[in-house]
Design a protein. Structure first.
Length: 159
């Protein structure tokens, strides 16, 4: 019972962090409708956006980091759902299978900002300096916790 509560709560927290990091904690580049257009360049909001280090030279183009954030939202929701399933499942073999699925999902979560979609090409953008390393570290943490849970459940079922 303790393992179910502890492991599922850790997985749920990691899933929430995977969602929050690219959106709020270390945000990626905004979508084109949030970028200032030439008409409203005199407004204070657009000048704040321009000086926040979050704006690109071209308007109307959706950056790769925006799609990375959207994909990571889906990954985070999946991690939360599997964490909830870990909480309600009673069989150790089912929990072991769910932990194996989380280990595979963590590899996908690490591949999205690095290989599959990527982030902005500019090395000094916040998404490249903040969101990408944070998502890779969270994915690594998810993988490590999942493997530890698999190992623990395997030892527990053999005794």
């Amino acid at each position: 019972m303790k393992n179910r509560i502890i492991s599922s709560s850790i997985f749920i927290v990691i899933g929430v962090l995977i969602i929050l990091f690219p959106l709020y904690i270390l945000p990626v580049c905004p979508p084109p409708e949030a970028v200032a257009t030439p008409i409203d360049t005199m407004s204070s909001t657009s000048s704040e956006l321009a000086h926040s280090g979050h704006m690109h030279a071209s308007t109307g183009k959706i950056m790769k980091c925006f799609w990375t954030a959207r994909a990571e939202i889906g990954i985070g929701c999946l991690v939360i759902a599997i964490g909830a399933l870990l909480l309600i499942s009673r069989t150790a073999f089912v929990r072991m299978g769910l932990s194996m699925a989380l280990a595979c999902i963590s590899l996908l979560a690490a591949a999205i900002p690095t290989i599959l979609i990527g982030v902005c090409g500019n090395e000094i953008m916040r998404c490249n300096m903040g969101s990408k390393p944070a998502l890779v570290l969270l994915s690594g943490l998810l993988f490590i916790v999942a493997v530890i849970n698999i190992y623990y459940l395997d030892k527990r079922t053999k005794n």
